[in-house]
Design a protein around this ligand. Sequence first.
Ligand code: HEM
Length: 530
Amino acid sequence: MDMVIIYVLAALALLLLILLALLYRFLARKNDYFRNKPIPSLPGPLLLGATKPMMLSRVSFTEYVKSTYDSFPDAKVFGLMNTVLPLYVLRDPELIRKIAVDDFDHFTDHRPLIGADHGDHPNLIAVKTLYALNGQKWKTMRSMVDPAFAELNVKGMFELIVECCEALVTHYREQGAKEWDVRDVFERFSSDVIATCAFGIKFNSSSDRDNEFYRNVKKMMVFGNFKTQLKIAAYWFTPWFMNRFGIDLISQESSDYFSGLIKEAVRTREASDVIRPDMVHQLMQLRKGGMVTNQQEDDQQQEVSEVTPSLPKVTITESEMIGQCWTFFFAGFDTVSSTLTFLAYELALNPDVQEKLSAEIADIHQSLKGRSITFEALNTMKYLDMVLSETLRMWPSNPAVDRLCVQDYTLDDGQGLQCLLEKGTGVWIPIHGIHRDPNYYPEPDKFDPERFSEQRKGEIKPYTYLPFGIGPRNCIGMRFAMMELKCMVYYLVLNFRLERTEKTEVPPVFEKGYATLGAANGMVLKMVPK
Ligand code: HEM
């Protein structure tokens, strides 16, 4: 009897060994993906691939993109394994154009970084944001929300942003000349703008420092903790499982709080006919009116118009509406606050640039004779635009953007390089590497807004300046972001001189791991009221 048990156990152990060996062989083959490709590639261990240092949070995403970009100075494209996914890293601007613009229909999707909308579980919100949607659902949603980000509608939100800027400078002026962690200053600002523009509620997080909205934002926007990193890994490896069981990136508590705010705003407005020029209003209009589209109907939410049956009328559901307001968090919180943080840092380190910008702002302020800044006046400020453009070149908040290949594609540079990109593989556009490449930007580590002057901006090679991404899937919030950033910089420089202190970390230390650009230890600067 004992012998039987021993045999069974031995057989099971053998079976396990065989399974492990097969798994090892499968993963090893996968990891060897680029061996027979006509392009160079970066080696890496099984499972973590060449992205190991970033996945183990030993380096920041920004540093990782730069070092890998520099690994193959003569290659137009190279390969690396991002965990178990083969990624083609495009170094050549022409190939970037081909993939992200000309042949976009082969690369319409993102990898499932924060989940993929395979089902319609009511718990899931992150996967309903525009960034996470893929395929036809993305196309339909993008064309629906596009008008909300058009110039006229963005301009409608200008006054709301001015109110946030004025509240911020009033508070910090009252504190006198003092050192501040400007990352914290701008995160509070970013949160107030999202509250007023996307959720329809006013907060002043500079003076009311412990308000519930900001507290909830801070709780939610922590992506570095173990639990969240584990969820992100699970979205990559088993997106269908996460969706099937409704496991969202956002905790249930945060989801309930923010969704509740939007539902409440909708109820109040429906009851009172109040019109506020914000995103809730835009999306409510969309819900009421729907949108006529020629796109294929593959979505339960599409209704066929009675008048023109061939043109389905698409409306937005409540959970999709909530998802689009959430987009502001995922896409517009860190991006805006980190750009402002690094802009303030550069102004403190480059007093000549700060002085020139201050002079332009003072001129405009004088011409307004004490009135608040206007949308039109802001857009006449050329030097402000140059300073912001240079900040976004040196410090793009998204160091790289990705695309997922949805149909086999032959990459052809027209000069002998031909390489098959299979469906399911990924593509990276290494923005930070390109922006710091001396071939495109001489002295790339120098903060020099003159690169974007009327005389010199023509020297910038097409497809080498990509802070907002590229092609039909670029940043839909670009206009909104530029307005928000410029408005804040106007008020900041009008009211304060920014100074470097002993506590200012030069160069800055970046947050480690797979995250957008962020100053790990904050960014201490002195704000001296003028
Ligand atoms: C400094 C500010 C910002 C920067 C640098 C920035 C940059 C980017 C980049 C690089 C992408 C990916 C584009 C691509 O893959 O080609 C993106 C996507 C996106 N951004 Fe922004 N962004 C900023 C602010 C905002 C704001 C304020 C919003 C407002 C909601 C926003 C909404 C979005 C959305 C919805 C997407 C996904 C678009 C899609 O997949 O169709 N962004 N952004």
